[in-house]
Write a protein that binds this ligand. Sequence first.
Ligand SMILES: [Zn+2]
Length: 425
Amino acid sequence: MIQLFPKFEKTEFSCPVCSVALDSKGYYIPGMRCLADMHCPECDREFYADLPAGHGLYYPMLLDKETGLVSNHSGVDWFAQWLERSYRERRCEKSTLEIEVLATKRSIVLINCLDKVFGHSVLKLLNAQYYIDNEPDKGVVVLIPKSLRWMVPDGVAEVWAVDQTFRNGAGWNDALAEEIQANIERFAQCWLSPAFSHPHPSEYSIERFTRIAPFPLDEWDKRLDVPKLTFIWRSDRLWTTRHTPTIGIIARIVNKARRMFPYLKRFAINRETKAIVELATMIKQHVPSLDFAVAGFGEPCGLPSWIEDLRSNAPDVSIEKNWCRRYADSHLAIGVCGSNMLLPSAHAGATIDLMPDDKWGNLAQDLLFRVDDQRETLFHYRLIPASISAKSLAQIAAVLLFDRNHHLLTMKKELCDPRSSPDSL
Ligand SMILES: [Zn+2]
């Protein structure tokens, strides 16, 4: 953590022109970015630099106030481009910050969860539990998009909610920066949480955030009378486009020119629907009692009545919670890698993450793990190429559903303990 107020801790950056150490003038938080306001004593240039919070912890960027150019020494283009664009398009509009005071505190830890990506915001929010449980003297203040208010855990001191979409989540609003500063200065002290982009699973429990207990793993076998499987849908990242080259080409065109080719989009979505029905049908042949559902962002349509269609184009809190309840009832969640898999993997008994070729570099970033034993983790979280066919995926899903007991019998740590008598098994 670094202190923002009353004393702003120095942050170390060098002038990209003179290479001398920059002076820190103060902090500046115009939205998603937590910045240091910096000045070069040699050439008089002024800069904003990322403070060590969120992705700024790993990829700190330096922005020249006059030119708007970003020094991207980390080589992470997307993070540099977000900063450059947000500064170029900066505005000063009356902020929509909604302050909710839940407890009175003198000192606070500020967790900035604003972001352009839903998953990034959720992951930053998960940092809150540590401070609530371990830093009782400091009140936790979460700065969040309003749509995530429902996931704020009990125990925070204040919620600062901004009414903005994720699409605009990297925006720069000078009026918001002023408002954030004024609110920080209501307190005797304010610290900025590093808001780790991937907090360790041992530091949070998902039910503290969604208020929904995950699938009870000890009831796995008992619930196999009616195995539940949920496919996680997202219209902009289809599974079937990855295993059929022709469809893949169409999908890429569709994603680039969706409005121009609505019939192509419909074609790709119909193909995806057909493949999901094929997958569900194959598993159902092994398990007639299968309860299969499709959930996530998308228009509900095209599925047979025996598949529950929970999709929505405009999910509200009630729908989001309903999805989480379905994940928590599911032995298995399957979906294409992305932010869409965070809450399913956190609640379901097991997860199959379908990895497109261009997502292997993001491996495991979209999963919230529940078990910590290496072998049990490998069993419960399968990362497999999205090029897999419905037939092979059905086989993996069926084995995962019914082989867990055998896997644990031979692999569970307590059952391989040489100090235990075989009689005790
Ligand atoms: Zn300089």
